[in-house]
Write a protein that binds this ligand. Structure first.
Ligand code: NI
Length: 199
């Protein structure tokens, strides 16, 4: 739950009428003034008003797709060659192999009154290129990328690390990272929501 001040800031960015803004903002001010009393009724009232606000907000999800090609192998040193092959199949090939990865980065938010944007897609593209594509494209994911060092380079593990790389830059650009999809092949992909349960 955000604070009343944050709620009002969010309201200023969303597509509602001035009258409704004044009504909700006024109610929030009253509730916040009385909150130190902190009785259950006031807490319920604040919860109701916040619910009202978020039912008014029109959150949308905007996505950007990018590509990179990279080599890797799935391998555990402490396992025998046979066990590695049995577990990881062709991805355990000792002399590496490559994938054509596709990444979808989704940002959520309320469209700005001024621009209609959740986030400027040019900014999002720049962040993905700087933080993901440049470090990973045409690289060996096991050897060449400091922030993947020591990691078993599965698509699952890679997508979690990518989230850690881009979450803060996206926040600084005014967006909220909501979802990353990383496709390793045409048929196999991984979805990650920052550790949250989306459904
Ligand atoms: Ni592979």
């Amino acid at each position: 739950m955000t604070s009343g001040v944050q709620d009002i800031r969010i309201l200023r960015r969303c597509l509602i009428s001035d009258t409704l803004f004044d009504q909700i903002g006024c109610q929030l001010s009253i509730v916040n003034c009385q909150l130190p009393i902190a009785n259950r009724q006031l807490k319920r009232q604040k919860h109701y008003i916040c619910s009202l606000i978020f039912s008014v907000l029109k959150t949308v999800y905007i996505a950007r797709r990018e590509h990179f090609n990279a080599a890797h192998k799935l391998w555990r040193e402490e396992w025998s060659d046979e066990k590695n092959f049995e577990t990881f199949g062709k991805c355990s090939n000792k002399n590496w192999h490559g994938h054509n990865y596709t990444i979808f980065v989704t940002v959520k938010g309320v469209p700005s009154l001024e621009t209609g944007f959740v986030i400027d897609l040019k900014d999002l593209s720049t962040i993905i290129k700087k933080e993901v594509i440049d470090p990973l494209d045409h690289k060996n994911l096991n050897l060449d990328v400091p922030w993947l060092s020591g990691l078993l380079a599965s698509t699952e593990n890679i997508v979690i690390k990518i989230w850690e790389q881009i979450e803060e830059p996206i926040r600084k650009a005014g967006g909220e990272l909501a979802h990353i999809r990383l496709e390793e092949t045409e048929n196999n992909y991984v979805d990650y929501y920052g550790g949250k349960q989306p459904f």
